[in-house]
Write a protein that binds this ligand. Structure first.
Ligand code: ARG
Length: 463
C-alpha cells in the first residue's frame, strides 16, 4: 500500500496514509486505460523540454526509450498493470520510468503538473475514442442503408400517437434513423474539435515557468490548438461533457430505434423477425423468443445519461482550478464510450440480421384508413377548402367504419352522398401508389424522393 515516501509527493508528510483513504483516493484501477495516451503526452513534454534546453539530448533519448519500453511492456505482459499499489497511471509511469532508467527519469516532470498532464492524456485518449465511435456510427448507418436497399419496395404503415397514420416506404423509416446518426456524427466531430486543444504547459494552474514552446509540443502531439489560459486549461472538462452529450443523444436515437424494432417484432405487429443470434429464450415459456439485444440498447441509454449528469454535477460549483473531484470524470467518460460503442455494434448486428414481412407491413399500411388524408387532398384539389374536406372525409371514414370496409371499398355513390364533388377518378387518387407518389416534395416518402435519398446516403457513406 502507498507509503507517503513512495508517492510522488511524499516529502512534506510524516504520517502514513490511511489505508481506507489510500484506496478511496486511487484511480489506477480505471485510469490505467490512459496509459498509452499519457505516455504520448510525456513523449511530447520530453521533446519540449529538450528543445528548451532543459534536458540534454542523451537524457531525452533515455526518457523516450524508457517510456516506449513501458508501453511495450504493457502490451506484452498482462500482469504489468495488475501489480503494485500506484495512486494513478501518472505515478505508475513515472515510477516505472525511474526504476528503468534511473536519474534522467526524475527530470521528466520538470515544468509540468499532473493537472496539465491528466487533462492532456484524457484529451489524447478522447480524440482516438471519437475516431473509433465515428467508425462504428458509420457502420450502423451502412447497415441501415443496406437494409433499406434489401427492402426497397416494401411498404410500412407510418404512425403518429402509435395509431396508423399514412403509408411510407420501409427505406424511409431506415433513413429516418440514418439522419439521426448523421447528426450524432456531427456532434462527435464537433466534440473532437473542442477536445483537440493542448493544455500541457499550463502546469499546476499558473502556467509553466520553463521556456517550453507549447505550439511545437502541440505539433508533436498532433493538437490543432493550444489552450489560451492556464487556469481554465487545467480545470476545463467541457470536452468530457460534450462527449457524454453526443453519446447521450446517440443512445436516445438508438433506444428509439430499439423500441420500434421491439414493437414491430412483437406478436401484435409481426412486421419484423429478429435473428436467433440476437434473441434469447425464456427459462419457463418454451415458445418465447425475446428481443433482449434491443431491450439492452434501450436500457443502457440510461447509463449514458447518468454519465452526462455525473459530469455536469461534478463540475458545477467547482472553484478554480483543479480539484480532485475531477478524477471522477474518467469513469463517466469511459463508461459512455464503452456503452455507446457496444450499443452501436449490437444495433448493426440486429439490423444486418433482420427479416421484414412485407406482406404483413403492406397489409397494415393499407388497412385503417391511412389514405384518408389523400381523400381530403383530393377534395381540396377540387376547390373544397381543406377544413371542409377534412370534415367531409371524417364523415366518410365514419360511414366506412359502419360498413366495415376501407375507403376504396366504398361505392362511388356512398362517397358522393357525403362529398358531392367526388368523381370516379377518386379511386385512382386514393390508391396506395398515388398516396405514396403524391409525397414527392423533397424529403417525402415517394419512390422518387426515397431513391434520391438512398443515393445521397450511399454517397455520404462513401465520401
Ligand atoms: N488522478 C488525478 C485525476 O485523475 C490526476 C491529477 C492529480 N492531480 C493532483 N493535483 N492531485 O484527476
Amino acid at each position: 500500500m502507498g507509503n507517503q515516501k513512495e508517492n510522488l509527493w511524499g516529502g512534506r508528510f510524516k504520517e502514513k496514509i490511511d489505508e481506507k483513504f489510500f484506496f478511496f483516493n486511487r484511480s489506477f484501477e480505471f485510469d490505467k486505460k490512459l496509459l498509452a495516451a499519457d505516455i504520448r503526452g510525456s513523449l511530447g513534454h520530453c521533446r519540449g523540454l529538450e528543445e528548451a534546453g532543459i534536458l540534454t539530448a542523451d537524457e531525452s533519448f533515455d526518457i523516450q526509450a524508457g517510456l516506449l519500453n513501458i508501453f511495450e511492456e504493457s502490451l506484452e505482459n498482462p500482469d504489468f498493470l495488475e501489480d503494485g499499489n500506484y495512486e494513478d497511471v501518472h505515478s505508475f509511469i513515472e515510477t516505472q520510468l525511474i526504476e528503468m532508467i534511473g536519474d534522467p527519469g526524475r527530470k521528466l516532470h520538470t515544468g509540468r503538473s499532473r493537472n496539465d498532464q491528466v487533462a492532456t492524456a484524457l484529451r489524447i485518449w478522447m480524440r482516438d475514442a471519437i475516431d473509433e465511435i465515428l467508425l462504428v456510427l458509420k457502420e450502423t448507418q451502412t447497415a441501415l442503408v443496406d437494409l433499406a436497399e434489401e427492402y426497397s419496395g416494401t411498404i410500412l404503415p407510418g404512425y403518429t400517437h402509435l395509431q396508423r397514420a399514412q403509408p411510407i416506404l420501409f427505406p424511409h423509416w431506415c433513413l429516418a434513423y440514418f439522419e439521426m446518426l448523421r447528426r450524432d456524427s456531427d456532434r462527435f466531430i464537433e466534440a473532437k474539435r473542442r477536445t483537440d486543444v493542448l493544455p500541457l504547459g499550463s502546469a499546476a494552474l499558473a502556467g509553466t515557468s520553463y521556456p517550453i514552446d507549447r505550439r511545437a509540443v502541440a505539433g508533436f502531439l498532433g493538437f490543432a490548438e493550444i489552450s489560451r489560459n492556464s487556469l481554465d486549461a487545467v480545470s476545463d472538462r467541457d470536452f468530457c461533457a460534450d462527449f457524454a452529450y453526443a453519446a447521450s443523444l446517440t443512445m436516445t436515437h438508438l433506444s428509439r430505434l430499439a423500441e420500434d424494432v421491439i414493437l414491430y417484432s412483437g406478436t401484435e405487429f409481426g412486421f419484423f423477425t429478429l435473428s436467433d443470434r440476437v434473441s434469447t429464450g425464456s427459462s419457463i415459456m418454451p415458445q418465447k423468443k425475446n428481443p433482449d439485444s434491443m431491450e439492452l440498447v434501450r436500457g443502457k441509454s440510461g447509463r449514458v445519461f447518468g454519465d452526462l449528469l455525473s459530469l455536469l454535477t461534478m463540475l458545477k460549483g467547482l472553484p478554480l482550478a483543479y480539484n480532485k473531484d475531477m478524477q471522477e470524470d474518467k469513469e463517466a467518460v469511459f463508461d459512455a464510450d464503452q456503452t455507446v460503442t457496444d450499443s452501436l455494434e449490437i444495433t448493426s448486428i440486429v439490423l444486418r440480421n433482420l427479416t421484414v414481412d412485407a406482406r404483413k407491413t403492406g397489409q397494415a399500411a393499407t388497412h385503417g384508413y391511412l389514405n384518408a388524408t389523400e381523400l381530403a387532398d383530393y377534395l381540396a384539389r377540387r376547390g373544397v377548402s381543406f377544413r371542409t374536406a377534412h370534415e367531409t372525409v371524417g364523415q366518410i371514414v365514419l360511414r366506412a367504419i359502419e360498413l366495415g370496409v376501407e375507403l376504396e371499398e366504398l361505392s362511388l355513390d356512398e362517397m358522393q352522398k357525403l362529398g358531392p364533388e367526388i368523381e370516379p377518378d377518386v379511386f385512382e387518387a386514393i390508391s396506395l401508389e398515388q398516396t405514396l407518389g403524391s409525397k414527392n416534395a423533397a424529403g417525402g416518402t415517394s419512390h422518387q424522393q426515397v431513391e434520391a435519398a438512398l443515393a445521397e446516403a450511399r454517397e455520404f457513406l462513401e465520401g
